[in-house]
Write a protein that binds this ligand. Structure first.
Ligand code: HEC
Ligand code: HEC
Length: 453
């Protein structure tokens, strides 16, 4: 009897900690390009209905006001596209900007002015980037009728060749972004452009449920390291709590929660107001935009925000079919696992049972790291121009099947795992040097491990 009891107490530990199930009990089998769109496997039945409602608001296009379908109107007047899924393709990541930059909406361009005066520095670190005075914080190439769109994004791709120790040449490409046909006058000469590709939506609720103490401990442990790896927490403004909190979402971890990130997307990407972002996406220089009809005081009601939050929190992280243990050993030898920290147990949350106490394998420390001058952008809150949040690597080998292309890193510049690694620098320079020096077979094992995720 006593032995049975002991066996039973260890059983749950054994069952729930399974690297084949990166999202714990949320993980479903990966079948095809729609697998990122599946709900958490352990979602209770009644919660599945709310998931389906949230999915509708994520997937279906919004329309300009005034319209007869009032629940779904208010698009614009300035916007990037008309629905979340246009960018988060099948809940996966977006597509790279092509040469003309216009059709591939899923890479958007952030605009910001580097803070210089003490007042600007303080405001920036507390409340986030200072946008261009005329065009605001995000470039919007589309508009409703009667209002001029802001202009077009133009991309020039550059390339360089890097040689590995075994003689292999790897071509690395990067986009240079500029704006043309500007409809409201020139940009401020100081305005910095930063292109961002839409990340995948999988496992966001699980990341949100990582205990903050675990993230703080990651920072503390790295501070004690003798090498250069020193991740930092992104401190950001929480509009609901009205205080500075730990940032988790977006490429620079500028958003504290799934709900605030969603509301920011409704506002910045679709031009829809809500209780969190209650003014139209127009600056004082965009008069017609300010005067255009709207879809009611809050175009996205709190009810809709809650449905979309529920949806965005509960997308599954698909199962893996192999582990590639030899490759994982190399991953650790190259110190990738310091930033791409393999696993956590999520905190207990009685309101989110499917996400509670799950052993997950996201491969991120949720901290900001300086990856060197090859990957510069703008400042966002406490994140410097060269700092990015370690992105989770779960689902890495599946993006190509879901989106139809592989576009890694914040602006989608890397088309292969190896290219993504070679763009690392700064705190990760030693990792890059180790990978460059690997024997060909070892490098193949490392890549196979990344593809197995
Ligand atoms: C124009 C393309 C575009 C549209 C439309 C769009 N997104 Fe995004 N989304 C992005 C980009 C780009 C990012 C990364 C932003 C950054 O890092 O600055 C992002 C990030 C996110 C994240 C954070 C993911 C993570 O891993 O940190 C969530 C959640 C999200 N979007 C939800 C939504 C919702 C909900 C909608 C619809 C209301 C939406 N998005 C519409 C491009 C888009
Ligand atoms: C110092 C921390 C750090 C180390 C060490 C590190 N990474 Fe990263 N990794 C990052 C950050 C930060 C990014 C995001 C950079 C960006 O988007 O510009 C990233 C991005 C990636 C991406 C692209 C993910 C995506 O969603 O686009 C891959 C793949 C990756 N890393 C693999 C590795 C591998 C393999 C190693 C070891 C050889 C490694 N990393 C070492 C911090 C690190």
């Amino acid at each position: 009897m006593k032995y049975l009891f002991t066996a039973l107490t260890f059983l749950p530990l054994f069952c729930f900690s399974n690297p084949y199930h990166p999202g714990g009990d949320t993980s479903q089998t990966f079948y095809n390009k729609f697998s990122f769109a599946l709900e958490a496997k352990n979602l209770p039945l009644e919660a599945k209905l709310d998931f389906a409602v949230g999915n509708g608001f994520f997937k279906n296009p919004w329309i300009p006001a005034p319209a007869t379908t009032t629940a779904r109107d208010g698009l614009g007047p300035l916007f990037n596209t008309n629905g979340c899924e246009k960018c988060h393709v099948r809940d996966g990541r977006g597509q790279k900007l092509t040469q003309d930059g216009i059709q591939k909406v899923s890479t958007l361009v952030r605009l910001s002015i580097p803070p210089i005066t003490p007042e600007q520095i303080l405001l920036q670190s507390l409340y986030g980037p200072i946008g261009d005075p005329i065009y605001g914080g995000q470039f919007q190439p589309l508009s409703t009728t009667n209002v001029s769109a802001e202009g077009n994004v133009v991309v020039r791709w550059h390339s360089k060749v890097t040689e590995l120790n075994d003689g292999t040449n790897v071509t690395l490409q990067w986009p240079e972004i500029s704006l043309k046909n500007l409809q409201y006058g020139d940009l401020n000469p100081k305005t910095v452009l930063s292109a961002r590709i839409a990340p995948a939506m999988i496992g966001l609720g699980l990341l949100e449920q990582i205990d903050e103490q675990d993230i703080i401990n990651n920072q503390k442990q790295q501070a004690l390291r003798k090498d250069n790896i020193k991740g930092q927490i992104s401190w950001v403004w929480d509009k609901i709590k009205q205080q500075t909190v730990l940032g988790k979402f977006g490429w620079k971890a500028a958003q504290p929660s799934v709900s605030q990130q969603n509301a920011a997307a409704f506002h910045g990407d679709l031009g829809l107001t809500s209780s969190l972002f209650d003014s139209a996406p127009c600056t004082s220089f965009q008069i017609k935009c300010l005067e255009a009809p709207n879809g009611g005081e809050h175009e996205v009601s709190d009810k809709i925000l809650i449905f979309v939050e529920h949806y965005a929190r509960h997308l599954n992280v698909p199962k893996r079919t192999k582990l590639e243990k030899q490759g994982e050993v190399i991953f650790k030898q190259a110190k990738c696992d310091i930033c791409h920290k393999p696993s956590y147990i999520t905190q207990e949350n009685k309101y989110l049972p499917a996400l509670s106490k799950q052993t997950i394998y996201p491969y991120t420390d949720m901290l900001l790291h300086d990856l060197g001058s090859g990957l510069t952008s703008n400042q966002e809150f406490t994140a410097s121009t060269q700092q990015w949040r370690t992105p989770p690597l779960w689902g890495l080998g599946k993006h190509e099947q879901v989106t139809g292309e592989l576009s890694l890193l914040h602006d989608g510049r890397a088309s292969s795992m190896l290219q993504a690694i070679l763009w690392h620098g700064g705190e990760a320079q030693e990792s890059v040097n180790i990978v460059k020096a690997l024997k060909t077979e070892q490098r193949t094992l490392l890549i196979s491990f990344l593809e197995s995720l």
